[in-house]
Design a protein around this ligand. Structure first.
Ligand code: CP
Ligand code: NVA
Length: 324
């Protein structure tokens, strides 16, 4: 599947705000391009985005997303400008539309990390260059691409995999992961209390998205049932950025969904542990699991860079002149 060099795809000039805006074929070709770029030495890539500028504006903290985008763009020959916090809060000093029109005159591609998703949609609709969601309250598509790349490396396929997501199954990472999984023919088993379960509408949307590809989604309120037979167990922080007021309530209701060694014993013997990071040992996952032999969390973190190279290349070029 991933042995051939990529061909120019239909993503040139597009935005990447949510995974479900991609077709299964587009998702697959992005992953194919990521595999291809990961196998190339940085020197072979240095002309791909020469002269292009990525502008990044973050309302929330970041380690992985910021640095992996900066290194990705640099290795592809482009340059990066970055602003965060007080310098950029989407829609605060001016409308998202005005900011988008201005920034489109300076940069070739814009990556934004926001609280609410809706201003990001408005920004992207007004921008005349591609806009990438670098995490909003609703979605984290770049994380999901890296996660699919990591699972594909580990299992050689995505089709037919069973992925258990434990904890806050309504959050940005859970939603994007699940969309990418079902589009790839994998199945998702959410494990959460009812308060943190994806809505019926979300489950229905995932089922519809996955149906043509063999993927599906199901929600359990019992952690053991959610992980039973899973090939991968995934968790994320119990309280996402911007939702700190719910921290104590989340701790109280999510503790039965902590990923422990004993819980992992109910998954497939070969099951891997995944986490987007940052992690809180002793909260959503024990140190024994995240630092143990099942854990592939640092492969995920590395793959953020390779997946984002694919996104940048696909949105900004037709890949002509690329050394294939
Ligand atoms: N996983 C992830 O997005 O990490 P950062 O918040 O550090 O960017
Ligand atoms: N769900 C987490 C992901 C962090 C990468 C958050 O939004 O804070």
């Amino acid at each position: 599947m991933y042995a051939l060099a990529p061909v120019p795809g239909p993503l040139f000039g597009r935005n990447l705000l949510t995974v479900d805006a991609l077709s299964a074929g587009e998702l697959r070709s992005l992953l194919q391009l990521a595999v291809y770029l990961k196998a190339r030495r940085p020197g072979e890539q240095a002309s791909l985005l020469r002269g292009k500028t990525l502008a990044m504006f973050f309302e929330k903290p970041s380690l992985r997303t910021r640095v992996s985008f900066e290194v990705a763009m640099t290795q592809l020959g482009g340059s990066v400008v970055f602003a965060k916090g007080d310098e950029f809060s989407i829609g605060s000093r001016e409308t998202p539309e005005d900011a988008a029109r201005v920034l489109s005159r300076y940069a070739d591609v814009i990556a934004i990390r926001t609280h609410a998703h809706e201003p990001l949609e408005r920004f992207a609709a007004a921008a005349s260059v591609p806009v990438i969601n670098a995490l909003s309250a609703l979605a984290h598509p770049c994380q999901a691409l890296a996660d699919m790349l990591t699972l594909h490396e580990r299992f050689g396929t995505l089709h037919g995999l069973r992925i258990a997501f434990l904890g806050d199954a309504q959050n940005n990472v859970a939603v994007s992961l699940a969309q990418a999984a079902v589009l790839s023919g994998a199945s998702v088993q959410f494990g959460s209390p009812v308060s943190h379960r994806p809505s019926e509408a979300t489950i229905a949307q995932l089922k519809a998205l996955g149906k043509p590809h063999g993927g599906t989604a199901r929600a359990f309120s019992n952690a053991v049932r959610a992980v039973r037979g899973a090939d991968a167990i995934y968790t994320d922080v119990w309280t996402s950025m911007g939702e700190e007021a719910a921290t104590e309530r989340n701790r109280a209701v999510l503790s039965p969904f902590r990923v422990t060694e004993a819980l992992c014993d109910h998954a497939a013997a070969h099951a891997v542990f995944m986490h987007c990071l940052p992690a809180h040992r002793g909260e959503e996952v024990t140190a024994g699991v995240i630092d143990g032999p099942r854990s592939i969390v640092f492969d995920q973190a590395e793959n953020r860079m390779h997946a984002q190279k694919a996104v940048l290349a696909a949105l900004l070029t037709d890949l002509k002149g690329f050394p294939v």
